[in-house]
Design a protein around this ligand. Structure first.
Ligand SMILES: NC(=O)c1ccc[n+]([C@@H]2O[C@H](COP(=O)([O-])OP(=O)(O)OC[C@H]3O[C@@H](n4cnc5c(N)ncnc54)[C@H](O)[C@@H]3O)[C@@H](O)[C@H]2O)c1
Length: 435
């Protein structure tokens, strides 16, 4: 199927906006939510698997992917599991218009998250969007606005927000359990599937991939073959787009956005007024652009700070057995994720508060879709946006190579080169995600 022309896209957008008026389905207790998952080479496959396991709540009524091999395989797998094949779409703009779809889940590359969310909101659909919800700062503002303007439920894919231990512990931190938090720290040193990705050369996209729709918001660029990895369709496709600024946000905006979200959640100061970031893509010989080692610091109006570290080459076990983590340092003690609260003599501080309700991310999403209440979401679109902005700020400071002063009200810097990175300089015509 060919991508829609600008004229037919605008026409379909008008239909979508009109559709908003009609999209007021009130779910009865026995009604199942009709889901369309968009993009499922990797994480979208987990969405589908999880949702198939909640058949009382929801049904996969449609699937959309621009890779026909990925699409055909999943349509057939879901059809066998559900006893009814979902409708198959290549183009998300058509998928969101399907009247059987009430909500969509998005697990495409980062540069199309906001676009698909905004188009879906306009079509009157609720959205579960993978992290980060935006590819740049401006896009995040459009996503927040779209959720509000079209009265849609939009949940961000940082699942730690649904973790009941973290919900309790972040609440305690907010109440002053370790005094006033002055330093919040996030760290990622995942290196299991992080390595040199190879070198590219211009080539023809495979006939099973719609390269125009894959590029989405990005203007046309040549499809790049991978000279060193014949097992991959190309240099960017699939997954390795994370390491190119045009499509991804590097590790700080990949695994990092999970820990950044927790760092911002506990620190709870909104946006910073200063950011500095340094590092490099060390040891690897490849075409990837984003750093595999990056240290970033944020300073807030009240002088408090967040620091964030990425080390894809590995590290010692500083995250209590994991390969990513968070710690918070207050005036009276500190908190380490997975370990708990301590005073400054390193003595554990007992917690007597009970754990809140244990619900996973899908339970929370479905509950909010039914109730129409933003309070039922584990994180509001705005708070999720704030966390994503931190990742973007870190990358902007890294890319310009100097310390930056940032105005949280206008979302601009005093630095003109940095301001050029607040929004993509050029969007594909008809694919600009304006709420
Ligand atoms: N929450 C988590 O723990 C978690 C874990 C892994 C990945 N993710 C997120 O999920 C997203 C996807 O990651 P992945 O590793 O699965 O990437 P991937 O590149 O392996 O898969 C992306 C899929 O989207 C499809 N796609 C691309 N553009 C599309 C479009 N315009 N319309 C429809 N389909 C399109 C591709 O063909 C592919 O099948 C990323 O944003 C990533 O950050 C989240």
């Amino acid at each position: 199927m060919k991508p829609l022309s600008r004229r037919s896209f605008l026409k379909s957008t008008a239909v979508l906006v009109a559709g908003t008026m009609a999209a007021g389905k009130v779910f009865g207790a026995n009604d199942r939510i009709g889901i369309c998952t968009i993009g499922f080479n990797g994480q979208g496959g987990s969405h589908i698997k999880d949702i198939l396991g909640k058949a009382n709540e929801a049904e996969i009524v449609a699937l959309c992917d621009v890779d026909k091999r990925v699409l055909d395989r999943m349509v057939s797998a879901v059809g066998s599991k559900q006893g009814k094949a979902p409708k198959a779409y290549e183009d998300f703009r058509e998928a969101v218009q399907d009247p059987n779809v009430h909500a969509i889940t998005i697990a495409t590359p980062n540069h199309t998250h906001t676009l698909i969310t905004v188009v879906a909101c306009k079509a009157g659909k609720d959205v579960y969007v993978e992290k980060p919800l935006s590819h740049n700062i401006w896009e995040g503002t459009q996503l927040v606005e779209a959720a509000k303007k079209y009265n849609r439920i939009v949940q961000h894919g940082t699942q730690s927000r649904s973790d009941n231990t973290l919900i309790r512990d972040m609440g305690l931190i907010h109440k002053g359990f370790i005094g006033k938090v002055m330093h919040s720290r996030g760290y990622v040193y995942k290196n299991g599937n992080r390595f040199a990705i190879g070198h590219g050369e211009p080539g023809t996209p495979p006939d099973y991939l719609n390269w125009t729709l894959w590029q989405g918001t990005s203007p046309d660029h040549p499809f790049m073959k991978n000279k060193d990895r014949k097992d991959k369709p190309g240099l960017y496709v699939h997954y390795d787009w994370h390491w190119f600024w045009e499509y991804g946000n590097g590790e700080i905006g990949n695994q990092g956005v999970h820990e950044m979200d927790i760092a911002c959640w506990g620190h709870n100061r909104g946006l910073p007024i200063k950011v500095y970031s340094t590092g490099g893509r060390y040891a690897w010989d490849d075409d990837g652009q984003t750093p595999n080692t990056q240290a970033t610091s944020f300073t807030y109006e009240d002088g408090s700070m967040v620091t964030f570290e990425v080390r894809n080459l590995g590290s010692f076990q500083e995250a209590d057995g994991g390969d990513c983590g968070n710690s918070f340092f207050g005036t009276d003690g500190y908190y380490v994720r997975r370990k708990g609260f301590f005073d400054y003599k390193n003595k554990p501080i007992p917690v007597n508060d009970p754990l809140p309700e244990d619900l996973d991310k899908w339970d929370r999403f479905f509950r909010a879709v039914r109730s129409r209440k933003e309070e039922d979401l584990p994180v509001t679109p705005y708070d999720a946006h704030i966390s994503c902005v931190h990742c973007h700020l870190g990358n902007i400071a890294y890319r310009v190579g100097r310390s930056l002063e940032f105005d949280p009200k206008t979302l601009t810097f005093k630095d003109e080169e940095a301001n050029k990175l607040v929004k993509r300089q050029q969007y594909r015509e008809g694919f600009e995600p304006v709420a």
